[in-house]
Ligand binder design. Sequence first.
Ligand code: NAG
Ligand code: NAG
Ligand code: NAG
Ligand code: NAG
Length: 439
Amino acid sequence: MRTLHLGLVIALASGLAAILIYITGVSNSNGVSGVSEEDLSALMALQTGFKKCVKANGLGLQAVGGKDYCQVTLQYPSDTVPKWRDPKNGELEGLSFDLNLCDALATWEQVRNSSTILTKEYIDALPYGWEEYAWRRINKGTLLNRCENKTLCMEKLSLVLPDTPPFVPRQYSRCAVIGNSGDLLKTNFGEEIDGYDAVFRENGAPIQNYTKYVGKKSTFRLLNRGSAKALDKVAELDETKKEVLIIKTTIHDIMSKMIREVPIRNPVYLLLGTSFGSSAKGTGPKTLELALSICDTVDIYGFTVDPGYKEWTRYFSESRQGHTPLHGRAYFQMMECLGLIKIHSPMRADFNRIVEWLPNKSILYAARVASEKLLRRAGAGMADPWSACSMIKKRDKGKIPYKSGLREAAVNHQKYVKGATMYPLERNFGNGMLCMVPD
Ligand SMILES: *[C@@H]1O[C@H](CO)[C@@H](O)[C@H](O)[C@H]1NC(C)=O
Ligand SMILES: *[C@@H]1O[C@H](CO)[C@@H](O)[C@H](O)[C@H]1NC(C)=O
Ligand SMILES: *[C@@H]1O[C@H](CO)[C@@H](O)[C@H](O)[C@H]1NC(C)=O
Ligand SMILES: *[C@@H]1O[C@H](CO)[C@@H](O)[C@H](O)[C@H]1NC(C)=O
């Protein structure tokens, strides 16, 4: 018993040393304040569970511990043949990927409690919000000269810029995010997908003629620049005209005109441009960001996540430029083993599949708080939800976020945050949030 205890202390001490080195390496600070032994053992428990989870669910992927409790390396079997080449330098994609569990836990938790839709109150609240931020969201923005004429700028954004968030955290219970991978045609997921409370799709993904595989329901659609330019075509993909279209890049100069004149009846919004600093790129992770910010649980379909799948076609067309598929697969596996998403694919087609060795809620919670402290996130480990706000602004009277007929979970969250809306801030404002609070 005594030796065990001593062993633990030594392990913790060396772990602390490793983390200290890591922290000084990344932030130039001198020491870690408020990180306790409990925090370190929480991170240790997380990493132990995480490795087992990846082994049990990753179809050949292995997680190996790195230089401290936050770092893990996800490795593919050595006989994996990478096929994707970086067009910039012609290099083949590697077989191992370094991921930071602490950063992922803290960052995705922040996503879950924030608004990810761009609003007018957000731009108004930022110092130089119009001059520095708004005009960059409009294609040919340079002609607008930093929104010198704010009226003109507001006009361009008016139809896609709500005053307050149209959606709130936990608004939906079970959500499905549908990627465009060709392997969707291998399984009839359609009925299953239609059983979710909200379904998220991407770009020009068709529904008609493919419902057996991809379902009919479509609640949100995230658009890149190319799809946004063809907004009228995209709006035709969903017959209900209720699908919410969310543009993740800049809007076209003539977007408002197009919405008014075509006319496009679907609600259209912009995704908040702030990067949460996660290492994930592309439309897929952005759609997950949106889904996790308004859903209790998120399941994914149609992402290329099975070993041996290297056709990289879309389910509706032959060609595809696909990028970093092995990195993507590793990143999604990490998300699954952190309890953020559940993966469905031809090789994981059993709807009732259990994610084995998923670290339990208490481990995830303790490790998340420890991560926030390590990363010096504003409000780490504090009970007051507003302690994460590095900027607090009172919301204009009479302007209230969406809130009719909300689910109990969403209402409870609103109570927890005392009616505040939290928006992520760019890194140069620190790691905190902008909070719009009731007057
Ligand atoms: C600013 O833009 C508005 C709307 O297009 C226009 O009516 C107004 O004349 C512009 N003001 C200036 C000073 O250019
Ligand atoms: C579905 O198939 C029909 C008949 O082949 C075709 O006319 C239609 O354009 C297809 N729809 C989509 C969205 O591809
Ligand atoms: C979570 O897992 C840890 C370690 O496996 C265990 O000690 C703890 O009792 C579990 N907590 C719950 C609530 O199941
Ligand atoms: C996010 O909100 C939940 C309540 O819905 C709360 O338990 C959790 O601590 C919050 N996370 C952060 C980082 O504020």
